[in-house]
Design a protein around this ligand. Structure first.
Ligand code: NAP
Length: 241
């Protein structure tokens, strides 16, 4: 079984306190990996780590902060797989926000991912992997979310360009469609259920993805030694409509 490739591997989840990242951490631990989850808050990382069976390490790391990223990886001895979930979505028209404010979420996803690769690269084992997070906005941009589309497209492209820089390490990306996670609680509030129900009705699969379904794609990319430079879409056919 190919998932046994994860047994005793060291796996770091950047943004593992909630949603997709937390689900990846759970699945990695279930498959025998030694897992560390990070959050901008050490307390949130610790609380999340306690929701997972096994010895899960918790650490503070903010992808926007060079020192925080460098400091974290300086303390790692060897790493096999990294999943970068950290990222935010900004929905605001171009003319209604300063470019600096708008570009925050682009920088967080793209510069944040590059910061992780730069700090981690010498610690990642041959054949190990880094998985980035893109999203449906790459193929189906929506009005007002232009910066999200730029960010997800760039994160997906990172999976390809990094392979040419560091061919001994595998780089891949996932591109989730609408997925029912705490991210949408923060953005949609009490309207979450009705909005996601409407979105689901339009999708070929007639359902919104769960964090576990998206996490399974990340685990697949980590475990399969022949996949690199790939982008997996978990969007219920959202790109086709
Ligand atoms: N849910 C969707 O429908 C969907 C669709 C497409 C793409 N995505 C992308 O998938 C990724 C995971 O999203 P999710 O839905 O699972 O959201 P989530 O539940 O809000 O989880 C986001 C995770 O990232 C961490 N994080 C956020 N900013 C960070 C930063 N600057 N440095 C380090 N960690 C940070 C958060 O930790 P703390 O808050 O504890 O720091 C949390 O653990 C995001 O990049 C999101 O944009 C989601």
């Amino acid at each position: 079984m190919i998932l046994s490739n994860l047994k005793n591997k060291t796996i770091i989840i950047i943004g593992g306190s909630s949603g997709i990242g937390l689900s990846v951490a759970k699945m990695a631990a279930e498959n025998g990996a030694a897992v560390t989850i990070t959050s901008r808050s050490l307390e949130r990382a610790k609380i999340a780590s306690k929701s997972i069976a096994g010895e899960i390490k918790a650490a503070q790391l903010d992808v926007n902060d060079d020192n925080s990223v460098k400091d974290f990886f300086e303390h790692q001895t060897a790493v096999d797989h990294i999943y970068i979930a950290a990222g935010s979505t900004k929905i605001v028209p171009l003319t209604e926000s300063s470019l600096a404010d708008s570009m925050f979420s682009f920088n967080e996803r793209v510069m944040g991912s590059l910061r992780i690769v730069k700090a981690a690269i010498t610690k990642i084992s041959n054949g190990g992997s880094v998985t980035f997070t893109g999203g449906i906005s790459t193929d189906r941009p929506i009005a007002g979310a232009w910066v999200s589309g730029l960010g997800t497209a760039s994160a997906e492209q990172l999976a390809k360009v990094m392979v040419m820089e560091y061919p001994h390490i595998r780089f891949n990306a996932i591109s989730p469609g609408y997925t029912d996670t705490p991210m949408w609680d923060a953005i949609m509030g009490e309207n979450k259920l009705s909005i996601l129900t409407t979105v689901a009705e339009r999708l070929p699969v007639k359902k919104i993805a769960t964090p576990e379904e998206v996490a399974f794609a990340v685990i697949f990319l980590m475990a399969n030694p022949s996949i690199t430079g790939e982008v997996i879409h978990i969007d219920g056919g959202g790109r086709l409509i």
